[in-house]
Design a protein around this ligand. Structure first.
Ligand code: GLP
Length: 241
């Protein structure tokens, strides 16, 4: 894992957007693995800006999102489909038919991995991290062998994500997420973490061995991973490694 520590949330955001743009410039048909949550949101807005100002072309880009809630319709403002439409897809020239999220209808969730494979695999996967070390919605206890699957959300995850909902009761209890193996199949991975509530888990991620208790630690098995932190989330990390 390569660790890059920048000063501010804004710098992390710009760096993340830059890596995504470089990927698209090097291959306009790139397959991107995208995350939701507050961490990548401003990076997505940077991409919209690049489209509006520099006419960056997204017309051939393919995207696969990490996860989706079970029990809320795609049209619901809190679905991850709506999140992606509202923060990125609706404002760039991407072909909506090339934007995928895991299906919550079909019980054969791992068909999503077959679809990713049909498109040649993910070139660049973006990840955030939960305070409990989850990636996607792979909560502590998730096995390395997992492909896209159904999960029950940890209470701490529901509480953290309730900021996007009217109340905690409205936060779904289940979701479908790409598994650990689905994520490790990506060619390159960037995990971004900002703000001080992520400092403890980033410290554990860097210092601890690989374990199911800390799902993000499986990233240590991947040859091409960047961990991108700001001074708040990286406050226990001495220097750039
Ligand atoms: C959410 C998402 C994850 C995300 C993480 C961190 O539950 N399922 O994909 O990375 O939690 O979210 P945030 O960036 O808002 O801190």
């Amino acid at each position: 894992m390569k660790i890059i520590k920048l000063k501010t949330n804004e710098e992390v955001t710009k760096y993340l957007a830059e890596l995504l743009l470089q990927q698209i410039e090097s291959n306009p048909k790139s397959v991107l693995g995208l995350a939701t949550g507050s961490t990548p949101t401003l990076a997505y807005h940077q991409l919209v800006k690049k489209y509006l100002v520099d006419q960056t072309d997204f017309s051939q880009v393919i995207t696969f999102n990490l996860d989706e809630y079970i029990g809320i319709e795609p049209e619901n403002k809190n679905s991850y489909r709506s999140f992606m439409n509202e923060n990125l897809f609706n404002y760039i020239n991407i072909n909506q038919e090339n934007t995928f999220l895991p299906s919550t209808d079909d019980q054969n969730y791992a068909k999503y991995d077959d679809l990713i494979k049909e498109y040649g695999g993910i070139d660049l996967q973006i990840l955030g991290i939960g305070e409990n070390g989850h990636i996607g919605f792979n909560e502590p206890g998730t096995k390395e062998s997992t492909l896209t699957h159904k999960v029950t959300l940890a209470e701490n995850t529901r509480e953290n994500n309730s900021i996007f909902f009217d109340s905690l009761e409205d936060v779904p209890k289940e979701a479908v997420t790409m598994g650990i193996t689905s994520i490790l199949n990506a060619k390159k991975i960037i995990l971004a973490a900002t703000k001080s509530n992520k400092a403890e888990i980033i410290k554990r991620l860097i210092n601890n061995d690989i374990s199911e208790n800390l799902p993000a630690s499986f990233l240590k098995k991947h040859p091409n991973v960047i961990i991108l932190v700001d001074e708040d989330s990286g406050k226990y990390i001495e220097e750039m490694i």
